[in-house]
Write a protein that binds this ligand. Structure first.
Ligand code: OOG
Ligand code: MG
Length: 255
């Protein structure tokens, strides 16, 4: 008997996302290796690109203890961002097509030059042309947001949508306060220092993991460094703001 093919798993995840119908974690049925999981992620992204989307960057996951503890995993992961996931600052996000969305505050890097392989945080810093405050909307395609590490890698690190505030010339992002507000109420507060001690470490890790995922980081790409706090449920008809004293704010309204 043969198990499902990587293409079959990518199709199942892509269908789950498009129908907003969650599926059981893939590893409930059969074990999945990490390299194989990144292969499934790549194939699922290729399906998006075949429909006209293009890759505009990557996102790091589980770069803070808060996130690892929230989701019960213990390693860094990378997912791909496409143009269809981007929401303009101040724009509206229709959550009707999502399963159980969550939102979290992030730091975003804009790359001025490509980056891949083993690089130091110092080398990573030299590739950065701008930084911004950002949010990420997660929507696991798995029932109850329950998964193992290979499951969530195959599911493109739960990526669903993201928004980036105004870009700033690179400033020191080592210890920036971040506030996530929903309808004027503080939902989470944290510091960028929670992201591997320094978000540039997350960028260096992204360069390394991109190789594992079968890509490199390209000039012009956005890199989300990973959430500084746990993710919170994203309600409908809500106004969400992520603010940082140095980097300003980014806002989104849901419907
Ligand atoms: C996986 C994605 C984690 C982050 O910033 O840590 C992530 C998940 O929690 O569903 O994006
Ligand atoms: Mg994230």
């Amino acid at each position: 008997m043969t198990g499902p093919t990587p293409a079959g798993l990518a199709l199942a995840l892509d269908d789950a996302a498009r129908a907003a119908r969650p599926i059981p974690p893939l590893t409930d049925a059969a074990p999945l290796g990490l390299a194989e999981a990144y292969g499934v992620q790549r194939l699922a992204t290729e399906r998006r690109c075949a429909r006209g989307e293009s890759v505009v960057g990557v996102k790091m996951g589980f770069t803070s203890r808060a996130k690892m503890a929230q989701m019960g995993v213990d390693d860094l992961i990378l997912g791909r961002l496409t143009d269809a996931m981007a929401v303009e600052d101040g724009g509206t996000l229709d959550t009707g097509g999502l399963i159980h969305p969550r939102i979290e505050p992030e730091i975003a890097f804009l790359l001025g030059s490509p980056l891949s392989g083993r690089v130091s945080p110092y080398e990573a810093a030299r590739a950065v042309s701008a930084v911004a405050v950002a949010y990420e909307v997660l929507d696991s395609r798995y029932q109850d947001f329950r998964f193992t590490l290979p499951d969530v890698i195959a599911d493109n690190a739960s990526a669903a949508a993201f928004g980036v505030g105004p870009w700033h010339d690179p400033v020191d992002v080592a210890n920036l306060g971040l506030v996530l507000e929903i309808d004027g109420r503080t939902a989470e507060t944290g510091s960028s220092a929670a992201v591997l001690g320094h978000p540039l470490r997350a960028l260096a890790a992204a360069a390394r993991l991109a190789g594992t995922a079968g890509t490199g980081l390209e000039a012009g790409w956005i890199v989300l460094a990973g959430a500084a706090t746990t993710a919170v449920p994203l309600p409908r008809r809500a106004h969400v703001k992520v603010a940082s004293a140095r980097l300003g704010r980014v806002e989104v309204t849901t419907r």
